[in-house]
Design a protein around this ligand. Structure first.
Ligand SMILES: [Fe+2]
Length: 380
């Protein structure tokens, strides 16, 4: 059962998901924002980052979403898109400006294209200038827009490479983005100062490059004299993004020992069904208090080692290293911390039993396995 279907007794997230779900995610290396929007269980990701695939994939699974599209605002020069990896994982369609003619695009985008998800949609607006193929995605009710590197918070995308054109950028901002309602919340592709969002009204008044009384001459003069260094990643990122992030080499496979999935909380998780079928291939570490192993409803996993979480650091030498370690507790919370401690002590093949003993008993009832049988290292 995939992570997200079972969360310790709560129904699936989809059962009580809000009418529209929105998340803003950040990649600290490239200062890139990725946006997740979802409606009625269908999701769209805007501007994914290749290296953040595990994080974003875990969030989609945990929220029980069907990813229908990844959209890129433009061919990025500072990071590689995660679009291709998302398509491999979820079968999502890749959307990018048709005009850039990149390889692997499923949904060529142009001004006026409508990308639907659930009951909502993003409307594509052409906003060239930072690059010739830059797009802004506007939510159907114009309450929010994703401006990529066209309009940044109190700034604007540079125009000195990738067919950049300060005159075109001025018109895109003034005639397309500033034509949205004053209250429209604008979400940029990057921010380098910790800011997360702005509004049309704010930028009209306070954007130092294009707001207030600035005219096209003022703006172009400003942009032509930024004097920015060449982007470090451009020679890698642009060719990769012209293939929608499809790598030259094979993507690293998940650990060979088992189907470990990294959760959104960065915990390596493994499902009870797999562990049950491969019990002789792993070492199960039970980090509950010894008394809990006698719980008449949950019992303990056959052959598991008892070592309470609070003693794990001091007694870590007692944990064998010849097999992958699967940590377990009652609900999977304490054992998640056990995986952190084990990894800190050099255990690389380690995972948390998703949902703990509660989940274990759902698929392996006590009548079949007995209570508290055959534990190793259990203290009196
Ligand atoms: Fe960019």
């Amino acid at each position: 059962m995939p992570i997200g279907k079972w969360i310790g007794g709560y129904p699936s997230f989809r059962a009580y998901a809000p009418a529209m779900l929105f998340r803003q995610l950040f990649d600290a290396t490239s200062s890139t924002y990725t946006y997740l929007l979802a409606s009625r269980g269908e999701a769209v990701l805007v501007d994914t980052v290749y290296e953040q695939h595990a994080r974003d994939a875990a969030l989609i699974r945990e929220l029980d979403l069907t990813l229908v599209h990844t959209l890129d605002t433009h061919v990025h020069a500072d990071h590689v898109t995660g679009a291709w990896r998302m398509k491999q994982a979820f079968g999502s369609r890749i959307g990018l400006a048709a005009s850039v003619e990149a390889d692997g695009v499923d949904t060529p985008l142009a001004d006026g294209t409508r990308v639907a998800f659930g009951e909502r949609a993003l409307l594509v607006r052409a906003t060239p200038g930072h690059t010739s193929g830059c797009l802004t995605f506007v939510l159907d009710d114009e309450s929010m827009a994703f401006t990529g590197d066209c309009l940044l918070i109190r700034g604007a995308g540079r125009t000195d490479f990738q067919e950049g054109d300060a005159h075109a950028l001025y018109r895109s901002i003034r005639e397309v983005i500033f034509a949205l309602p004053e209250s429209s919340v604008l979400y940029p592709g990057h921010d380098y100062s910790g800011r997360t969002a702005t509004t049309v009204g704010e930028e009209r008044r306070h954007n130092p490059r294009v707001g207030g009384a600035a005219n096209e001459t003022d703006f172009v003069g400003y942009m032509d004299n930024l004097g920015l260094p060449h982007p470090k990643q451009i020679d890698i990122a642009v060719p990769a993004n012209m293939k929608c992030g499809r790598p030259e080499a094979e993507v690293p496979a998940p650990p060979a020992w088992g189907p470990v999935v990294w959760s959104y909380a960065s915990v390596p998780e493994i499902e009870a069904e797999w562990v049950s079928a491969h019990l002789d291939e792993v070492h199960v570490l039970d980090v509950r208090q010894p008394s809990e192993r006698g719980d008449p409803e949950l019992g303990a996993i056959e052959g598991s080692q008892a070592l309470p979480l609070g003693e794990l650091t001091a007694r870590v030498a007692e944990v064998p290293r010849d097999k992958p370690v699967v940590a377990v507790c009652r609900s999977g919370r304490r054992s998640a911390q056990a995986t952190v401690i084990l990894r800190r002590h050099g255990f690389e093949r380690v995972a948390n039993l998703t949902g703990g003993m509660i989940r274990w008993r759902e698929q392996s009832p006590l009548a079949e396995t007995g209570i508290g049988c055959g534990s190793r290292g259990e203290r009196e």
